[in-house]
Ligand binder design. Sequence first.
Ligand SMILES: C[S@@+](CC[C@H](N)C(=O)[O-])C[C@H]1O[C@@H](n2cnc3c(N)ncnc32)[C@H](O)[C@@H]1O
Length: 289
Amino acid sequence: MDREAIEEIEVTLMLEGIFQRYGYDFRHYSPASIWRRVRHFMAKTGLEKVSEATARLLHDPAFFQQLLEDFSISVTEMFRDPEVYALLRREVIPFLRTYPFLKVWHAGCASGEEVYSLAILLKEEGLYERTTIYATDFNELVLEKARQGVYHIRDVKKYLDNYQRAGGAGSLHDYFDAHYDSVIMAKSLKKNITFARHNLVTDQVFGEMHLILCRNVMIYFDRSLQSRVFNLFNESLSRGGFLCLGKKETLRFSHIADQFQAVDKTMQVYRKQTNGEDNSFPDGSSLSG
Ligand SMILES: C[S@@+](CC[C@H](N)C(=O)[O-])C[C@H]1O[C@@H](n2cnc3c(N)ncnc32)[C@H](O)[C@@H]1O
């Protein structure tokens, strides 16, 4: 048996150990993404064998926290992929406007930049006051950053540009205060947002939503895990509710595809059917395969 095959066994044992010891289940993350993260973690710790890391992980919760940081890739930005927000404004907001109150779930929200972006969009569309936003992630450290809503000023130029391209109706400066090298998001944006820990792999539905956004999260999951998460979203969405997956993930070919209508093929926005509508894309191609 070569070294790589042995490492594969070690990684399997490590993921099983983490699950049994801490309840975090990485067993169905895509192998390529797990390998990248394990290699990065091993290089950082200076340990030679994955099994050495496993032994330490089992006995040292602080060491596990370090691994969790590495396993939770939390890169994000305000109005990331601005065309997604432009599309939400154009195609989804008109439907949401018809509801007396709204519930939105950002799953895998990382440090919160996309949550504040949507809050701004809803404010500009006059919907924020009737909306409750639940923003969840399994990484408590990034959630704390999201709650604080303090971001580095060097990123603001990019955010201003994104905001314009997303069809921003005012000035982004109205939604934060600059303080030395940071910007602090306005309290008026925070008041209807609840940041909470939720693990898409192990936790359950926690409410009925009108809009769910989950972008750049499921790319790390294998097919079986994606199916679990799609079930969770399907059960969480009200009839006629929207699911926004963004440019990298798709509902196409999934087992719940026939319960959704496609709103946009590129931005991967879907609407849960109210009853038996056509589920093809505007160009005629089918969502279910
Ligand atoms: C690359 S970030 C995406 C952030 C944001 N949605 C965006 O598109 O900019 C992925 C986030 O998913 C979170 N994540 C990964 N696995 C998760 C799980 N099982 N449950 C909840 N969040 C998870 C990570 O902690 C990380 O913050």
